[in-house]
Design a protein around this ligand. Sequence first.
Ligand SMILES: *Cc1c(COP(=O)(O)O)cnc(C)c1O
Length: 385
Amino acid sequence: MSAPCLAPVTTHRTAGPLLEVDLAAVAANTRLLAGRTSGALMAVVKADGFGHGAVDVARTALANGATWLGVTSVVEAMPLRAAGLRAPLLSWLNPLGADVATAIASDVDLAVPSHAHLLEAAAAPGRARVHLHVDTGMARDGAAPATWAALCAAARRAERLGQVQVVGVMGHLGCADDPSDGCNALGRTRFAWALETARAAGLRPAHLHLAATAATLTDPRTHHTMSRVGAGLVGIDPSGTTPLRGALTLTAPISSVRRVRAGTPVGYAHAHHTDRATHLGLLPLGYGDGLPRAASGRAEVLVRGRRRPLVGRISMDQAVVDLGDRPVDPGERVVVLGPGGAGEPTTAEWAEWAGTIPHEVVTGLGRASRVSRRHRIGHHLRGLA
Ligand SMILES: *Cc1c(COP(=O)(O)O)cnc(C)c1O
């Protein structure tokens, strides 16, 4: 096997909480996903690359088998262009009034979910490259089926006038994390019907895309000419079928240690009382840094290779770890979350503790302004755990 091709890495030092992004994991996940489809792979790097850094994830994915980039809006697309990424780039979920002219001038493709969106794309200077977006069963984004034939006809007229070029048709599946759900068959059927309708209107879209991560991994019937994958790049498999590599490691220093008696109340509302004499370590990290408060009372961290419970409520800026009879030195780093290889809690565990999905955990951590984020290549728990 050839060595993975990796993007350049930026580093800096920090004494505080540190979120490390392993681009080798992103590279490996991209290669795995690319190998699961005969179609093209669009790397979806919305929400700052699921909190992992959109530009770094995009570069890494493009170097490892992805050929397209995808984001929600023109606002998310422009930093990718500014960073010098020239790959085909699709934005969906643009509100009416979005800066379509800049998108067109920057070669950013536009998803079109309605007649009003089509009119804006057609009216803008230049010829917009558009992907008509059909609702394949979520009643969310995408044109309602009842409006689809008219949208296709209007798009064909705008195409004849040289105002737009319909290069793609897209849909999205709402239940692909459970391949046995009948909702998937409905989505596939509706997409097939949407393609027929578009062709009947005289459109010849080259890029037909329905599958995201889960369907890419579980159902080749959804692959068409391209898959849009986001979660999978960063190690989240919503279908639970495929081992992918988590890319995030969050560590934080213990900022102080105190010895307390049995029965000591800890934190807001005294939600926890120590059941014995113990040592409590303070972590300068809380829900303001993306640590889900809903995980209070269940979460654990890895201290010197052993799981220790967080006790009391997770506050905005801090959390308390029960170190038992093994105190550590203030300044020592603990592992809050990682890929799991050294026994540390994973993103999936944190999600379960908080009653949510890993997507919410990683995007929350990734936008934390007080956590330093650093990109690196390869394993990073050596010497820590
Ligand atoms: C987020 C998103 C994707 C990527 O989905 P994953 O499950 O994260 O791979 C694909 N398409 C659309 C429209 C999305 O919003």
